[in-house]
Write a protein of this length. Structure first.
Length: 110
């Protein structure tokens, strides 16, 4: 797992060979990022299914309750298969755009 602190968010990228390995590392360290906006970039080389992605739903809900954002970047998954409160986008640029939009929404009281 690669962790990169950016100006507005923390980028967590997968460099593991399996989703399970990445997931275990993430869940061990997730409490370190409670106040950070998170972008989780999952390699397209890792085999992952819809059930695996749903494991991030709790994180997304917790981040929303804390007033922070959580976005998953992966281009192999169909985003229409997931609830609207789980932000999944195909590119890092789109993830950064979502963070910006959610920040504006929070500032406007939405």
């Amino acid at each position: 797992m690669l962790i990169t602190k950016k100006d507005n968010y923390t980028l967590i990228s997968s460099d593991e060979n399996s989703f399970k390995e990445f997931q275990n590392l993430l869940f061990e360290k997730i409490n370190n990022f409670q106040k950070d906006h998170l972008i989780l970039q999952i390699s397209n080389d890792i085999s992952i299914n819809n059930k695996d992605f749903l494991l991030f739903l709790n994180i997304a809900e917790q981040k929303q309750q804390n007033g922070t954002s959580f976005v998953v970047v992966n281009s192999t998954i169909n985003v229409d298969d997931f609830p609207e409160n789980l932000n999944i986008v195909p590119t890092l640029q789109e993830a950064e755009d979502i963070l910006e939009m959610e920040t504006i929404e929070r500032e406007l009281g939405f």
